[in-house]
Design a protein around this ligand. Structure first.
Ligand SMILES: *Cc1c(COP(=O)(O)O)cnc(C)c1O
Length: 383
């Protein structure tokens, strides 16, 4: 089976884990702090802005919780978002309001966002589809202008930039995911960024039971009763640990190499599928605008809706796993969007398929996928 995603972990990650075992310190500790510092440097920000968590989803929940939403407050998000984004809005007491996207990039433009704003909008929550930064510069301007908080779900875009500036730093909050399917992995893990250091400090507190002060060993140096509790606000337990941080630190060092191979695979798919794209039988991902770099998280193709499902099933039968991300959330009854119609998101949802993309693929695998896709598309188009 050629998989859609596959984590790239090896001897270096194993050695880092062995070192944590030897230290007998598995919980939140020096490796967590080192990973946070390294990730902050990667973002070109100070370490006080970032918090290492046990998932990207925890980052979404903490970011929305930081808004202190009240009944009727709205958060605008593109309909093709990951399900956790809408869950975070609802759990945080808000109403998710879904906006449309460009049918080719699956990213919203500032105009799509603006069309969904009301006087109850408190925040906008956008991802960068497939790693492409999208219209983030203009969306950030719009949010600043309207005094609305911008949260970036940067789970797809850990290495994406616009004019050299890392995505995730355009808004007020951002999170990244290092789950097993992401570009860099640590088992399960996530990073939260907050532009306001006080918001980062509050998120750090909420992520560890709401405790204002640690109650552990280290705190014994400054308090004679280090076991006493100070809980200004109730919290949860969302923090990461030194085992996952140690893996994350190695993966972050390897990130340029991992992204470079993803880019090569993307370019190879583009070349392999160019003639089909010329005939408009199969659309390949739109080119990146000048000044944008991508993490190349997805390679998505688009085809007539009457053949898409059959193509996916034929490829699966041939040992090639494909899927569609992200199924439109305005169609999920639990989020209460009713009969809302979003033509761009629906157009994309009927036509798009994400192909296998990870550095474990060699050129022959990419050729196998492209050839099987070509065969299936051509046969089904002319049936
Ligand atoms: C993976 C992912 C998440 C959730 O991250 P976890 O670490 O799995 O909780 C959120 N948003 C997007 C876009 C993702 O791809």
């Amino acid at each position: 089976m050629i998989h859609l995603h596959q984590p790239q972990v090896g001897q270096e990650e194993l050695a880092a884990v062995a070192e944590v075992f030897d230290s007998k310190w598995l919980g939140h500790g020096p490796r967590t702090e080192a990973f946070e510092a390294a990730f902050a440097e990667h973002l070109q920000v100070d370490a006080e802005h970032v918090v290492f968590l046990n998932s990207g989803t925890a980052g979404l929940f903490l970011a929305v919780e930081s808004l202190d939403l009240t009944e009727g407050d709205e958060v605008v998000l593109p309909s093709p978002s990951f399900v956790a984004a809408a869950n975070a809005v609802v759990a945080g007491g808000g109403r998710p309001v879904f906006c449309d996207v460009d049918p080719r990039t699956l990213n919203p433009t500032a105009e799509h966002i603006e069309a969904a704003l009301t006087d109850r909008t408190r925040a906008v929550l956008v991802l960068h589809y497939g790693g492409s930064p999208g219209d983030i510069t203009r969306i950030a301007e719009l949010c600043r202008h309207r005094d609305i908080t911008l949260i970036e779900d940067a789970a797809c875009s850990v290495a994406s930039t616009v004019d050299g500036r890392p995505v995730g730093t355009f808004g007020d909050f951002a999170m990244w995911s290092f789950d097993a399917m992401k570009v860099m992995v640590c088992g399960d893990g996530g990073m939260l960024y907050a532009r306001d250091p006080d918001a980062a400090a509050r998120a750090r507190r909420l992520a560890y039971h709401g405790l204002a002060q640690p109650t552990g060993f280290g705190y014994a140096q400054v308090s004679s009763r280090w076991w006493e509790l100070d809980v200004p606000e109730v919290g949860r337990r969302d923090i990461g640990n030194d085992l996952t941080a140690a893996i994350g630190a190695v993966q972050l060092r390897r990130l340029p190499e991992l992204v470079a191979r993803r880019r090569e695979i993307t370019e190879l798919y583009d070349r392999e599928l160019a003639d089909l794209a010329d005939l408009s039988d199969l659309l390949t991902p739109p080119p990146l605008p000048a000044g944008h770099t991508s993490t190349y998280y997805f390679y998505w193709v688009q085809m007539p809706p009457d053949i898409r499902d059959d193509v996916a099933n034929e490829l699966r039968a041939a040992g090639i796993y494909t899927t569609f991300r992200y199924a439109p959330l305005h169609k999920v009854p639990a989020y209460g969007a009713g009969e809302l119609s979003l033509p761009g998101a629906e157009h994309a949802a009927d036509r798009t398929l994400c192909l296998p993309l990870h550095p474990g693929l060699d050129d022959a695998d990419v050729h196998t996928v492209a050839a099987a896709l070509r065969k299936s598309v051509e046969a089904l188009l002319h049936r």
